[in-house]
Structures are given as structure tokens and as C-alpha cells.
Design a protein around this ligand. Structure first.
Ligand code: HPA
Length: 268
């Protein structure tokens, strides 16, 4: 599948809408799109897009204005654990680049490895650990898109990180900062794995975002990531995990992430 086919299809559907901002909404953050209007396009219709079937994910691209800026929003993402390849999971980022995106907001739900980060907290991702055992850039490199060995020293843009803290302060939203570790999932971690990941330096654990951030960085898109802490990872507290719990916490604290991203977009 060529990116051009996807772009041609989207240009037709959206009347050549040219977004400058991309947003990937994780579990339970769909509320970001309430009242935005715009044009939605189902993933299943877009040439090259994979399958997204997780509960709480809509499976659509929304082209709309956010705070007066043109944006494209992924309502739900392509997880590796759904059987999508790394390449398919990150294909939309390549499409975003081609559409003209300069800034990408990545969001996710994640489990905390430590008691200092509690369910309902928002964590700015300052860096990540790829524990997925693969990399979306494996394979022949298209040097017209990016380098064979892309630098990852500022995968999460520092100016955007500073802006996030400024906006959080203005809005009185508590914002923490830490390291996101990605596993493939779909099983949650064992308590022993969580202890190991904490030792490695992980503040939160999730099953997404890292492939997207790698590809965005490769494509030189300024990227920022937020984790919504929905639960303590296994063994950090004695409670068992359910997906329903992850969705419920996402709903409440998700409003704060949405407000924060909107304020940032206003200021970009
Ligand atoms: N582990 C991995 N992924 C997650 C978690 C977790 O505890 N919570 C939400 N996504």
C-alpha cells in the first residue's frame, strides 16, 4: 500500500484538509472530540490502515479545528497486540507527515510502577524504554522519509515539554513527569515484571505509543506524550486489574488531559 493512495483517499474525503497538528487519543480520551465537529473517516475505509477493535476506541480519524488550528485526531490506535505489524501500527504517522503535520500529541493509558504516581495522575512522558522486542523502522529504509539510524536523544520535544508545564500551571492541572515503558501486552505484567521494570527506570507501563513516537521522531515531527495513570501496575497495590477499571479512571482524569492539550494547541 502506498502512502499516496491513503493521502489521495483522505484528500477526497476531506476536501484537501491540511492539518498541522496530529493527536492520538488513548483509551477513554475520546471526550477530547466532544463539540469539535469536523469530518470523520473510519479507519476501515482508509487504504493501508489496520484494525482497531479495543473497547473504548472509536476507530476513526477526525479532521477538525482545535482552538483555531487545523488538526487530525486518531480516535483509537492500532495496537501491536491486536496482531497489527509494527509497520501497520505506525502507518498513520507516515500519513500524518505527508498531510503536513508538524506537531504530534500522543496519549495513552498506563499503569504506575510506584505509589508516588497514582491512578488519576497525568504524566508527561520525558523519555521511553522500548521493551516490545521490535522496532517499527526494521526493514528497508526509505531515505526520502528519514535516516537509517535516527537519533533518539530528544524523542519527546523539550520545547513542547516546557510548554506543557507552563499550560498545566496556568490551568492548575497537576502534571508529573516520567519514563514510559512499552510492552507488547495484551496480558498485563506479572508482579515480578513490574518490579524488574521499576528497577530499569520505568515510572509507568503501557502497551502502545513507543512505536508511534519512534516513527514520529524518525520523520522529524515534534512529539509530546502524556500518560493517563489509570491503575497501579500489578503488585504495586493488592487489587487485580480489569479493563473496565482502566476505562473508568480514564473518563474522569481524561478531561484534564484534554484541557491541557487544547491550551497547548492554542499556544503553539
Ligand atoms: N500495564 C500495561 N498497560 C496498561 C496498564 C498496565 O498496568 N494500565 C493501562 N495500560
Amino acid at each position: 500500500m502506498s502512502i499516496k493512495e491513503s493521502i489521495d483517499f483522505l484528500n477526497l474525503k476531506t476536501n484537501n484538509f491540511k492539518p498541522e497538528i496530529g493527536i492520538i487519543l488513548g483509551s477513554g480520551l475520546g471526550c477530547f472530540c466532544d463539540d469539535l465537529g469536523g469530518i470523520s473517516v473510519k479507519y476501515s475505509l482508509i487504504p493501508g490502515f489496520g484494525e482497531s477493535n479495543v473497547e473504548g476506541h472509536k476507530g476513526e480519524l477526525l479532521f477538525c479545528e482545535v482552538m483555531g488550528k487545523k488538526a487530525v485526531i486518531m480516535q483509537g490506535r492500532f495496537h501491536y497486540y491486536e496482531g497489527n505489524s509494527m509497520q501497520t501500527s505506525t502507518y498513520p504517522i507516515k500519513v500524518f507527515k505527508q498531510l503536513g503535520i508538524k506537531t504530534l500529541f500522543i496519549t495513552n493509558a498506563a499503569g504506575s510502577t510506584k505509589t508516588e504516581l497514582s491512578p488519576g495522575d497525568i504524566m508527561l512522558i520525558s523519555d521511553h524504554i522500548n521493551f516490545m522486542g521490535s522496532n517499527p523502522l526494521i526493514g528497508k529504509n526509505d531515505s526520502s522519509l528519514g535516516e537509517r539510524f535516527p537519533d533518539m536523544s530528544e524523542c519527546y520535544n523539550l520545547n513542547l515539554q516546557n510548554l506543557a508545564f507552563d499550560c498545566a500551571q496556568e490551568l492548575n492541572i497537576p502534571l508529573k513527569k516520567g519514563i514510559y515503558l512499552a510492552t507488547t501486552g495484551p496480558s498485563y505484567e506479572t508482579a515480578a515484571e513490574v518490579r524488574a521494570f521499576r528497577l530499569l527506570g520505568a515510572d509507568v507501563i503501557g502497551m502502545s505509543s513507543v512505536p508511534e513516537a519512534i516513527v514520529a521522531n524518525y520523520l522529524k515531527i515534534n512529539t509530546i506524550g502524556f500518560s493517563l495513570v489509570t491503575n497501579y501496575a500489578t503488585g504495586v497495590s493488592s487489587k487485580k486489574l480489569t479493563h473496565a477499571e482502566v476505562l473508568e479512571v480514564g473518563k474522569t482524569a481524561g478531561n484534564n488531559i484534554c484541557a491541557l492539550i487544547k491550551r497547548m494547541i492554542e499556544k503553539i
